[in-house]
Design a binder for this molecule. Structure first.
Ligand code: ZN
Length: 161
């Protein structure tokens, strides 16, 4: 076994170990398939000094068929006390791009948890400044591995609200 191969092997081993040790948080009022995203939302908030506790917020979250064209998720308040997040089942089941699912869930949590409205602002090149864009405005989405940090900074920045 040459040296670089050994280093790679050890690196993979280390990665898989840290995976096993990761604490999986439960969210009592949310579909289990949403838990990893909710946990990540709390983590990226904490990295930015924002304390997010979805369990204590009373949010109810489910994955069900929305049957509305181009609607992948929703945050609704049937009564002022109710805070309900719904992710469209066909969207969730058929989307292979995990970042896109994160985008939609974080957007809805932006409404349901952070209480944010839509923000349609764009950079000069037409790219959306916020993942809180409505999706029916003119700016172009550009949420990906490289831009994610900037979008998450914007999402939790109180000046964006
Ligand atoms: Zn929205």
């Amino acid at each position: 076994m040459n040296k670089s191969f050994l280093i790679l092997f050890v690196a993979i081993l280390a990665l898989s170990c840290s995976d096993d040790e990761q604490i999986i948080k439960t969210f009592s009022n949310a579909d289990e398939r949403l838990w990893p995203y909710f946990q990540r939302f709390e983590e990226v908030a904490a990295e930015r000094g924002v304390d997010v506790d979805i369990n204590s917020s009373g949010l109810i979250a489910s994955i069900e068929r929305l049957d509305q064209p181009n609607i992948a998720g929703k945050c609704q308040h049937p009564t002022p006390e109710e805070n309900i997040l719904i992710i469209d089942l066909p969207f969730f089941a058929n989307t292979e791009d995990e970042r896109l699912i994160e985008f939609v869930i974080f957007h809805e949590l932006g409404h349901c948890y952070l209480g944010r409205d839509h923000r349609e602002d764009a950079y000069q090149n037409g790219v959306c400044i916020s993942i809180m864009r409505s999706g029916v405005g003119e700016c172009i989405d550009n949420y990906n591995q490289n831009t994610r940090k900037v979008y998450l900074d914007e999402l939790f920045d109180p000046d964006s609200f």
